[in-house]
Design a protein around this ligand. Structure first.
Ligand code: UD1
Length: 418
């Protein structure tokens, strides 16, 4: 088992390039199943464990896949199965995104019911409500969900919460439905827009992505295409916080500045200088952090996926900040670990009161999930002494080469065995 070790105290400087977005590529990989012939060519695919797992899911369905560096070629002409096994779904929840495309293309999909995960229960009721309003029959049993439909018919689907995954799954199934499907209270995340652009590039017609009402015109002939995935706004945000927390000066390349507006606003409130560049961000910090309050919300609100990293930063602010997590019910798993490094954080339900301390001290800590792991690395970058972050597997799910990238910015960081 390996750990990431960080010796704190270096002000990061230089340029770092952000990879393709994990949360955009996963639904796009699922959507590649919708092309009945031809080869889909995806550029800027991050070679992350989650992307590799999704490719494995596709291969089990009969898709032929080939990598050329960060370009992935997919041929989904001959699908031989319609099931994602427990083994793969338990590795990665996002594999449930194959349901919409399979239901549409084959009339059936069977996926192992994902359990809860470290950050919450994460049910699939909204995905299933959408499929059933499109005319699918849903059966739950033996730990699997099975959806079947001889034909799908467009409908109006109101989501009780703007779920990212449900919006994506329903959008993809609706491409095969007769007539129009309207998704109300849809998620507005940039990854939803990217999926809509991908579908439209295949010949589909999705309108309104990026707003709360999405209209899908069904049964348009779809074909394979070439497509470039958007940059990862959460990876970008993590490096922005790395500059802020270390009192550094970083240019973060391959960022769409509009995708990080909420983080930019909060970093500026905290006293950090942030400039938008053409395709990047320039972040300069004196290391003095003002306290700020944060409430996570669906996009364009503050992303829950940046909450742990911001908590690490605010643990060193000169005052008290309040963080409220409204998206997931159990997303404070990093708090006890940050406390072990000397942070002063109290939680009560979905709120955390973060009283800034003068310094953190390096300690062995465990990453319970991906973004918690990122937060602990950030804390380690400024902590006195060495921090050992265990649970590297979680971190590798979402950050391409985080150790070499931070090293190239001057960080004293290395991968080692414990
Ligand atoms: C996606 C992202 C994840 C991010 C999250 C919120 C991917 C692969 N993952 O996850 O990184 O943290 O969006 O921005 O894109 N919910 C229900 N019923 C449902 C579906 C969701 O109650 O049917 C609830 C969830 O339990 C959670 C909230 O809705 O509390 C948000 O979940 P959702 O937006 O669906 O997140 P994911 O798509 O799983």
């Amino acid at each position: 088992m390996s750990s990431i070790f960080v010796r704190g105290g270096v002000e990061l400087r230089g340029r770092v390039e952000v990879s393709g977005a994990k949360n955009a590529v996963l639904p796009i990989l699922a959507a590649a199943l919708m092309a009945p012939s031809g080869v889909t060519r995806l550029e800027s695919v991050p070679r992350l464990v989650d992307a590799l797992t999704m490719v494995e899911v596709l291969e089990q369905l009969g898709v032929r896949a080939a990598w050329r560096e960060d370009v992935l070629l997919l041929d989904a002409e001959n699908l031989t199965a319609s099931e994602a096994s427990f083994h793969l779904v338990s590795k990665m929840r996002a594999s449930v995104l194959i349901m919409g495309p399979l239901l549409g293309r084959l009339g059936k999909a069977r996926v192992s019911l994902p359990g809860g995960c470290a950050i919450g229960a994460r049910p699939l009721d909204l995905h299933l409500k959408g499929f059933s309003l499109l005319g699918a029959e849903i059966v739950l049993g033996h730990g699997y969900i099975e959806a079947t439909a001889s034909q799908l018919i467009g409908n109006t689907i109101y989501l009780d919460f703007p779920s990212v995954g449900a919006t994506e799954n329903i959008m993809m199934a609706a491409c095969f439905a007769q007539g129009l499907t309207t998704i109300q209270n849809a998620a507005e995340e940039p990854e939803i827009v990217d999926l809509a652009c991908f579908i439209n590039g295949m010949g589909g017609r999705v309108e309104g992505a990026g707003t709360d009402t999405i209209v899908v015109h069904g049964r348009r002939p779809l074909h394979a295409q070439s497509y470039r995935v958007i940059p990862d706004r959460i990876e970008a945000g993590t490096y922005m916080v790395a500059a802020a927390i270390t009192g550094g000066d970083l240019i973060i390349e391959n960022v769409i500045p509009e995708h990080v507006i909420s983080l930019t606003a909060k970093l500026r409130e905290a006293g950090v200088t942030v400039h938008s560049l053409n395709d990047g961000m320039h972040v300069v910090s004196s290391g003095v952090i003002e306290p700020v309050d944060i409430k996570t919300l669906p996009y364009p609100g503050f992303p829950t996926d940046m909450q742990p990293q911001m908590m690490a930063l605010l643990a060193l602010a000169c005052g008290t900040s309040m963080i409220t997590e409204t998206v997931f019910e159990n997303r404070f798993m990093h708090v006890p670990e940050l406390r072990r490094m000397g942070a002063n954080i109290r939680t009560d339900g979905r709120s955390a009161v973060v009283s800034g301390v003068r310094a953190l001290s390096g300690a062995p800590v465990t990453a319970s999930d991906l973004r918690a792991g990122a937060a602990l690395i950030l804390a380690g970058l400024v902590a006195e002494g060495v921090t050992e972050v265990c649970g590297v597997g979680h971190i590798e799910r979402g950050y391409v080469g985080i150790v070499p990238k931070l090293k190239s910015l001057g960080a004293d960081i290395w991968l080692g065995q414990f």
